[in-house]
Ligand binder design. Structure first.
Ligand code: KMH
Ligand code: ZN
Length: 272
């Protein structure tokens, strides 16, 4: 098995401090959260940013400030930074794509439309093609976000059209209310139907985070955790930080004899 890559989704776009007081929002808070997560074993930071009022933003300057702060805080051991191109539900595709001109290491690539709680997270094929063009123009490596079984078929369609290139880094985001559940059988189905030349990871939402992560570690997949996906350490107990969620995964991986990838090892695995 490959070494385990742990991604920390430190902020997200759908929560604020009223729901999660420890959510990192400012560049300084994000830098501290990223540093602690990297020290705990994360090698990728999935990044959403906020404006001065704490609202989700796709503004270049906000991304720039957070990236600079994270790089400064992690100097010498800089994690892979993966921009969100999903943004907050309802954000226009042009704004979602715009930050790619900053040429992050990676960016998320959402593979289809889903209900997202009471809202709809829209990702049409035309959105995906626009995103793909922007990714290729800026030389940014995509991570394919898969929320539903049909999203794998969407990926296969883009592969058949010859517009996306292997290897395919797939992130199964499971348990979003309105999309595929985080049952282990759902993960098994998705893994069995991956296109050739894929790597995969899983991000379980809420109560699904831990069981899916443990299965992924044992199955040879990779893991995403963080306050974007889950604000609880266990039932009714809020997580103290992103690092606390990462630490637990690193500890379980050690027990399962699955070494955790360093930042430089993850760079070789994902970016070269
Ligand atoms: N905020 C979600 C609607 C991504 O980062 O690409 C979408 C999201 C996906 O978080
Ligand atoms: Zn995200």
């Amino acid at each position: 098995m490959e070494k385990l890559i742990i991604t920390a989704a430190i902020t997200g776009a759908e929560l604020d401090k009223t729901k999660c007081p420890v959510l990192p929002i400012t560049p300084e808070e994000q830098a501290q959260a990223a540093k602690e997560a990297v020290e705990a074993g994360a090698s990728v930071i999935h990044l959403h940013v906020r404006d001065e009022k704490g609202k989700p933003s796709q503004n270049l300057q906000h991304f720039k400030s957070s990236v600079e702060a994270i790089r400064r805080a992690c100097k010498g051991n800089e994690p892979i930074i993966q921009f969100s191109t999903g943004g907050a539900v309802g954000e226009k595709i042009e704004n979602r794509i715009a930050p790619l001109t900053l040429k992050p290491d990676m960016a998320s690539f959402n593979l289809g439309t889903i209900n997202f709680g009471e809202e709809v997270f829209v990702n049409t094929f035309s959105d995906m093609r626009a995103l793909n063009e922007a990714l290729q123009k800026s030389g940014v490596i995509p991570e394919f976000e898969i929320y539903d079984a049909g999203h794998l078929d969407n990926l296969k369609k883009l592969i058949r059209e010859g517009i996306v290139r292997a290897p395919y880094h797939c992130q199964f985001v499971l348990g979003v209310p309105g999309a595929l559940s985080g049952e282990i059988s759902a993960l098994n189905y998705l893994v069995q139907h991956l296109p050739e030349n894929s790597h995969w990871a899983v991000a379980g939402i809420g109560k699904y985070e831990l069981p899916l992560a443990v299965h992924a570690i044992a199955m040879g997949g990779h893991v995403r955790v963080g306050l974007e996906d889950n604000i609880f350490y266990s039932k009714g107990i809020p997580a103290k930080s992103n690092a606390q969620l990462v630490e637990r995964i690193a500890r379980i991986a050690k027990e399962l004899d699955r070494p955790v990838a360093s930042v430089s090892e993850a760079r070789k695995m994902l970016l070269s």
